[in-house]
Design a protein around this ligand. Structure first.
Ligand code: HEM
Length: 406
């Protein structure tokens, strides 16, 4: 076993992943954590799997930069996809990052999020009525993915009848962030940025002419800027709206989908949650830890730094493996098992430090309402065929989950 694990770690290459890995990356992550926690990959980048190393990288923003201009130039060339990703707040350092983040956070205050709850409950209940009428359902299409698209649409106040293309645009743009992409995935991502920009230009013009309530409407808030007059440029505004619309889609869909699949595979944990509905809060944290929907983060060193006895030179790309850190036994007891009541649970599913997920309170609320109300309505749900994985290493989730709810 040990020799196998050593071999697994030695042979790991993020650019050559196997179907077995996509299906279950955790044995590989364990092997890496145990044998090569600071792993040099053939392309010269490093892959980190230990919890403490990730926390250090996330918190040392000066040494581990989020700015991706250098890294993305060869991948995307002079394209809209390049312009989009390098203008998004998540891929920038201060001061560009700080300005946009402050504006976004203002519209995601606890009060603003609490105000979204009644609409969210109504939306989830409407979807559950639809599932009850069908009995044989598709959990992702009919339920998990239908929630975030409406929530983020509400956040930017996108008219309901205009929301349909948002999910496909978002999947295409985020798909192009996979470590290795072919020309088709690139073209799809690039076209999606083009179409998304064209749509948002119209939306922004309409909103400038008729502003919404900046307490609730992030788009109005981004357009109006801060009290001290600091505003985003037109390009910054559009690309950060796209990022916001994307950031909350696939990740939250996967939180709900991964949660319902994980619980269906663990009858005892599911029963525990059904019998103690108040456990939903810790259950959501555990699902985020156990099957983190965003498995990888990236940084670039700005100066020489030593990690786990290994010296990295300035300008080294580093991948932070959230999926591995969230199963580090030095941080989590019995990490390979789902425990809906786990406390403490300081998982890194939302990252940590200056870039920690700006939408985490909203994602938690969406996950809790979706999963608790689903279980309340369909305690005996069962998968009716093997679920189909999304086939991505960065965003872990399912494309389709056939399920019987009746
Ligand atoms: C389960 C759902 C979600 C997961 C797992 C998730 C995960 C993450 C992670 C790991 C980061 C940090 C990236 C880094 O440091 O490199 C991040 C950043 C971000 N997320 Fe989320 N996210 C989720 C939902 C959402 C939602 C619903 C929104 C919006 C409403 C959102 C908005 C953002 C934004 C704006 C950032 C960038 C923050 C910054 O750079 O300062 N996320 N997310």
């Amino acid at each position: 076993m040990n020799a196998d694990a050593r071999e697994l770690a030695a042979g790991f290459d993020i650019e050559k992943l196997t179907p077995e890995f996509y299906d279950d990356p955790y044995p590989t992550y364990r092997a890496l954590r145990e044998h090569e926690p600071v792993k040099r990959l053939p392309n010269g980048s490093y892959f980190l799997t230990r919890y403490d190393d990730l926390v250090r990288a996330y918190k040392s923003t000066k040494v581990f930069s989020s700015d991706k201009k250098r890294e993305f130039a060869p991948k995307y060339g002079n394209s809209l996809l390049y312009e989009h990703h390098t203008t998004s707040l998540v891929f920038n350092d201060p001061p560009a990052h700080t300005r946009v983040r402050r504006l976004i956070m203002g519209a995601l205050s606890p009060r603003a999020i609490a105000g979204m709850e009644p609409d969210l409950v109504a939306l989830v209940d409407r979807l559950l009525d639809g599932l009850a009428a069908k009995r044989d359902v598709e959990l992702i299409e009919d339920f998990a993915s239908a929630i975030p698209v409406q929530v983020i649409g509400n956040l930017l106040d996108v008219p309901v009848e205009e929301r349909e293309p948002l999910r496909d645009w978002s999947l295409a743009i985020l798909g192009a962030l996979e470590p290795v992409i072919g020309s088709e995935v690139f073209a799809r991502g690039n076209d999606a940025v083009k179409d998304f920009l064209a749509y948002l230009e119209i939306l922004v013009e309409r909103r400038r002419a008729k502003p919404g309530n900046p307490e609730r409407d992030v788009l109005t808030r981004l357009i109006q800027g801060e009290d001290n007059g600091e505003r985003l440029t037109a390009r910054e505004l559009l690309h950060n709206c796209i990022f916001l619309l994307n950031a909350g889609h696939e990740t939250t869909t996967n939180l709900i989908g991964n949660g319902l699949v994980a619980l269906s595979g663990s009858a005892a944990q599911k029963q525990r949650l059904i019998e103690n509905p108040a456990t939903i809060k810790t259950a959501i944290e555990e699902i985020l830890r156990f099957e983190s929907s965003n498995q990888l983060g990236n940084r670039m060193t700005t100066e020489p730094v030593e990690l786990g006895g290994i010296k990295l030179v300035a300008g080294t790309p580093v991948t932070l493996c959230i999926g591995a850190a969230n199963r580090d036994p030095l941080q989590f007891a019995d990490p390979e098992n789902l425990d809906v009541a786990r406390t403490p649970n300081r998982h890194l599913a939302f990252g940590t430090g200056a870039h920690q997920c700006a939408g985490m309170a909203l994602a938690r609320l969406e996950g809790a309402i979706a999963i608790s109300r689903f279980l309340g309505r369909f305690p005996d749900y069962a998968l009716s065929a093997p679920p189909v994985r999304g086939g991505r290493v960065r965003f872990r989730g399912f494309l389709s989950v056939p399920c019987a709810v009746g």
